[in-house]
Design a protein around this ligand. Structure first.
Ligand SMILES: [Zn+2]
Length: 347
């Protein structure tokens, strides 16, 4: 086992720090939850393993011990789970450009509706194909193993050397914790409910920021440039809109990196229609000056407010998410949020 790891690990890569963990009894599910929702250090994980008599081998800094132990502690029966069919390349092709026919990926995506995050139609990005020079050809994620096998047969590509279906926590939102604004901590992934406090604004780099407030405080939430079209949704929000925001938290400055939002209530957007009409003369009044109100030029009657009208909103209530190309693996795609789930949330 150790020799397989030694032979196949790309130890020269600075982000490759593998570990091998063997445990007789499954560790507590809470270890998985902590690893996926919060921070757990290598030392803490080693202490936990010693306590439950787990055996391990570490390579380099051994960070892989966190994921390996958490994976053993995971219980797919507890909460939602998904599957991923992973195909592997012929060893001679490792590191070369992958040959996958995009059109068949799009077709597969449309035919097999229980699969998800296959193709980004907005940004023309084939999401089943990894970017790294790893031995994986592609991975199709979905809810039903049988559909994954059929979906795989639909994709035209270079020769598939072998394939395997994994149970996974992808697309489950397992990382998300519901928090009040003043409870939000760096590196967590949170769900906060609140109101837009100020009009959205764009900062250098094309990132769009909104401030969300609840009864405990205000926090910045960002739609970063890589979230592309999602930023247009955020730009359409106005103060008073009520939302739920899902996202990971960065430390400096403390900001929620939005993965998706649920618009719960849209505030009526009223804008000035025209100057007020004089009740005596029936004519439009003239503005006296900025914030000074209006006056009838014929009889001199004053009024402070113009005539207002409701402006149409470019948004509806419901979920909005970042495009497929910007989606994190754990993030639950809106297409998997079933009507049953919605009902529970609203009730
Ligand atoms: Zn008048």
């Amino acid at each position: 086992m150790i020799s397989i790891l030694e032979q196949n690990s790309k130890l020269s890569d600075q982000n490759t720090n593998p570990a091998l963990v063997v445990i007789k009894n499954q560790p507590s599910y809470s270890i998985y939850q902590r690893a996926v929702k919060d921070i757990i250090t290598i030392d803490e994980m080693l202490k936990i393993l010693k306590k439950i008599d787990g055996k391990y081998v570490l390579f380099k800094n051994g960070r892989g011990v966190i994921g390996a132990t958490a994976a053993i502690a995971w219980s797919p029966k507890r909460e939602g789970k998904t599957y991923e069919l992973i195909t592997y390349r012929e060893p001679g092709r490792w590191g070369t450009k992958r040959e996958i026919d995009d059109d068949t990926v799009k077709e597969m995506d449309k035919i097999y509706t229980t699969t998800f995050d296959n193709y980004d139609y907005l940004n023309h990005h084939n999401r089943i194909k990894p970017n790294s020079p790893c031995p994986i050809l592609y991975g199709i994620r979905g809810l039903k193993p049988d559909d994954l096998i059929k979906a795989c047969k639909h994709v035209k590509s270079e020769k598939v050397n072998s394939w395997l279906i994994f149970e996974t926590n992808q697309g489950t939102d397992d990382h998300i914790q519901r928090k009040k604004v003043n409870e939000v901590k760096p590196y967590q992934s949170v769900l906060i409910k609140g109101e837009v406090a100020e009009p959205p604004f764009t900062i250098k780099g094309g990132h769009v920021i909104i401030k969300i407030k609840d009864e405990t405080g205000v926090i910045d939430c960002a739609a970063y440039e890589p979230t592309k079209q999602f930023r247009n949704i955020i730009r359409n929000l106005i103060p008073g809109d009520r939302l739920e925001v899902y996202g990971g938290v960065r430390e400096q400055p403390l900001t929620v990196n939005m993965e998706k939002i649920k618009v719960i209530r849209l505030k009526k957007h009223v804008i000035k229609k025209e100057n007020p009409i004089c009740q005596v003369c029936g004519k439009h009044m003239k503005s006296i000056g900025k914030n000074q109100g209006y006056r009838c030029v014929i009889c001199g009657v004053r009024d402070s407010e113009p005539l207002m009208e409701e402006s149409k909103r470019g948004l509806k209530t419901g979920f909005y998410e970042v495009p497929v190309c910007a989606r994190r693996h754990l993030s639950k795609p809106v297409k998997l949020i079933t009507p049953l789930h919605k009902k529970r949330e609203e009730g």
